[in-house]
Design a protein. Structure first.
Length: 454
């Protein structure tokens, strides 16, 4: 019988009698055998005592080629095997030695569970004390006003942003070996990032900034710098006048035709366009009464109530909170709502509670009219208010709602989403400066406007 050399493979002396050879195994059986051998080797390495011999080297009472350890499943990774929390609160390690991951997890302070499912919602931040980059003082001031909700509403935020950019452009100086049409965009980028860090950007701000960048790129490279800056500021003024102020005036006239003398209309929260429309109809002599439905956390309807009931010709108003809506709808002829943005599928993105008002009005066969400028249009599609939203910070709630104490229980967390989405099936018509549009035709707004720019 020939004697095996060191170069030959070891004889399978460890296999039990009758075990098939690797040549007679199928491919799946060989793979399973290799996995078991690898698992046994890993288990032997994990079970090796401190100061012992390296894994795979036989001990004193172990023969060469004998199985090193029983066949076990591969162990879990250290991250999944940190500790076990008992019902009594004591912590017990899964293994005798404490690894780095287990030490960090055990020593870390307890964190409240929170509503992690809503962690993607935008949260305003106070960024005035941490300014990164070359930020204009006007942008820093505006960022503070945004984060504290002292400037709120789609129109107000857009006008304030464009007005601040006018000051940034006038104070800008083109560096040597650069052109205004290229370097000014680089200069505006950190300004925009600062405002976004203070509070998530609205659709109106995004559309206006996009048009501003287009106007900058179209500036003639040979134009004198001061003349170019004056041209940009003039185009910003034209955008505010045409797309916001004059558009709102046209909407007020069109929406006012839907109000008859003696009607009782209902509105939710506060919309600047709806507010001006109601005041204009009262000035024309129409005998109209208004029901203002409001809800926490911002209670913006209080400001609308003060505006409508003060002045030389006050409007009779009724103020109620959202739970009273079903009772009030029996006396209403039309519901007028504002909008934060319009999406191409006809959905309306507005203050949280708008969807409930529109749905309840649909049940009571009350027409729902949305007043919205076309510059609030977004070419995207939105199907719910969960994928993208914004949270109202606690200090703002305390300032607007008065006596509000946040919960001290770490297992309780308040959630105040700022917006919701109203499906197009609950909207009768959308009043824009290009006319009354049914929700099914919202996507035709860009065609009606053509290519608009600053």
């Amino acid at each position: 019988m020939p004697v095996p050399s060191m170069a030959d493979p070891p004889l399978p002396v460890h296999k039990p009698t009758g075990a098939p050879s690797q040549k007679s195994m199928t491919k799946a059986e060989r793979r399973e055998l290799q996995e078991k051998q690898r698992a046994a080797k890993q288990a032997a390495k994990q079970a090796q005592p401190q100061g012992g011999k390296p894994a795979g080297q036989p001990g004193k009472g172990q023969q060469q080629g004998a199985p090193a350890a029983p066949k076990l499943k591969p162990p879990q990774t250290p991250q999944k095997k940190v500790f076990v929390v008992e019902a009594s609160g004591s912590r017990q390690h899964a293994s005798g030695s404490r690894d780095a991951a287990g030490a960090n997890a055990a020593d870390a302070p307890s964190v409240p569970p929170g509503l992690r499912i809503f962690s993607h919602f935008g949260q305003p931040k106070v960024v005035g004390h941490v300014v990164k980059g070359d930020i204009h003082p006007e942008i820093v001031r505006l960022g503070l006003l945004f984060s504290e909700f002292k400037i709120s509403g789609a129109n107000a935020r857009c006008i304030a942003t464009l007005s601040a950019f006018k000051k940034v452009i006038q104070d800008y100086t083109t560096p040597p070996q650069n052109t205004l049409s290229r370097h000014l965009m680089t200069h505006l980028s950190p300004q925009i990032s600062h405002l976004v860090a203070a509070r998530p950007m609205s659709v109106t701000m995004g559309n206006a900034i996009r048009e501003l960048k287009l106007a900058i790129s179209n500036i003639d490279i040979d134009m004198v710098e001061q003349e170019a800056k004056n041209t940009l500021c003039q185009k910003i003024d034209n955008y505010i006048r045409d797309r916001i102020i004059l558009a709102g005036a046209v909407i007020e006239q069109l929406a006012g035709t839907k109000i008859k003398d003696g009607d009782t209309v209902l509105t939710f929260g506060r919309s600047s366009v709806v507010e001006k429309m109601l005041l204009e109809e009262r000035r024309k002599g129409k005998n109209v009464s208004v029901i203002i439905v409001d809800s926490k956390p911002l209670l913006e309807g209080k400001h609308l109530l003060k505006s409508l009931t003060s002045g030389e010709n006050p409007i009779p108003c009724t103020y109620a909170l959202l739970p009273a809506l079903p009772t009030l709808l029996t006396e209403v002829s039309t519901v007028f709502l504002g909008a934060h943005s319009l999406f191409s599928n006809g959905a309306v993105y507005s203050r949280a509670g708008t969807a409930m008002v529109a749905m309840m009005a649909k049940v009571h066969n009350v027409p729902v009219v949305v007043c919205c400028e076309t510059y609030k249009f977004s070419e995207g599609v939105m199907v719910d208010g969960f994928s993208k939203n914004e949270l109202v910070p606690i200090p703002v709630i305390q300032r607007t709602a008065g006596e509000y104490n946040p919960p001290t229980n770490q297992n309780l967390e308040t959630l105040n989403p700022l917006y919701d989405l109203t499906p197009p099936t609950y909207i009768t018509a959308v009043v824009t400066e290009v006319g009354l549009i049914p929700p099914s035709s919202i996507s035709s707004i860009p065609l009606a406007l053509g290519k608009t720019s600053l």
